[in-house]
Design a protein around this ligand. Structure first.
Ligand SMILES: C[S@@+](CC[C@H](N)C(=O)[O-])C[C@H]1O[C@@H](n2cnc3c(N)ncnc32)[C@H](O)[C@@H]1O
Length: 261
């Protein structure tokens, strides 16, 4: 499928914002276009006009489209080496400063990331203040997160002992136990529009900004820096890097971890 011209793209962006309240101008256009085109191909839609009509008329298709666009894939303890750094180095640094940690998982998708944090808190015996805040733009993934039911693939990095302690298994499906669920609070939040909460010890924002333009990323990292208390730490995704950390008041502690000065 060839590229859509600028005029039609801008038309689509306006229509889509009307339907979803999501402003696509902050997202990388080539990536978005590729996803939209592949969605249209699989759903037999010939042009953007047809897509808009369908999105307005068919709620199920609209939900599928949102999922396709934002890619909600996640996993428990995604990138286990980084979680080990978190467990061995980052949490001890934070715990020295405050006995109870205030934690935010931003762009939490279906809940694997905040539940991984909750499991770690239980295992390492540290307290979380006001429960872990877990937010996402997409209400659909938040419903699934709150249910806390997962298939084999997403728990593949979870050691057997942890699986037994914190999940109930039935026919290859794993349900997060209530003792973990109650440590997490899910909330809908758009990182590009809504105000940020404050005074956090630890913020995770992983594999979310990959969809954003460079300018939007820098702005977001600045806002995360403001949402941290002095000494608080930001944990980012394995393909991400903050280039102007110093300007934002963030110093690199180890790859993928930045501390507010
Ligand atoms: C790939 S998932 C990341 C899940 C988890 N953080 C991880 O690393 O496994 C990306 C999530 O970012 C969310 N997202 C995209 N744009 C967003 C925005 N503007 N505000 C909040 N969440 C957003 C998507 O809905 C999606 O659930």
């Amino acid at each position: 499928m060839k590229r859509i011209n600028r005029h039609d793209w801008e038309w689509f962006v306006r229509q889509f914002e009307g339907i979803s309240k999501i402003n696509l101008t902050a997202y990388k256009r080539p990536q978005m276009e590729r996803r939209i085109n592949s969605f249209m191909r699989t759903n037999g839609l010939a042009d953007y006009g047809g897509l808009v009509e369908k999105l307005q008329a068919d709620k199920e298709l609209y939900k599928k489209f949102l999922e396709h666009l934002t890619i909600n894939v996640s996993e428990f303890f995604r990138n286990p080496v980084h979680w080990r750094v978190m467990e061995d180095t980052i949490i001890p640094i934070l715990i020295k400063q405050r006995s109870q940690l205030k934690i935010w998982s931003a762009g939490c998708s279906t809940g694997e990331e905040p539940y991984s944090l909750a499991i770690m808190a239980r295992e390492k015996n540290y307290d979380v203040r006001e429960s872990i805040l877990a937010t996402d733009l997409d209400a659909e993934v938040l419903d699934r997160a709150a249910e806390g039911v997962y298939h084999n693939r997403v728990v593949r990095e979870v050691p057997e002992r942890i699986l037994k302690s914190y999940f109930e298994e039935e026919n290859g499906v794993y349900r997060v136990r209530p003792q973990i669920k109650k440590l997490v609070r899910f909330k809908q939040h758009d990182l590009l529009k809504d105000p940020f909460p404050r005074d956090y010890d630890l913020i995770l924002c992983r594999n979310v900004v990959i969809y954003f333009t460079e300018e939007t990323k820098q702005e977001l990292y600045g806002r995360f820096a403001q949402a941290l208390r002095a000494g608080g730490i930001l944990f980012i995704g394995s393909t991400e890097q903050i280039f102007n950390g110093r300007e934002l008041g963030l110093k690199s502690l180890s790859t993928f971890f930045y501390q507010k000065s």
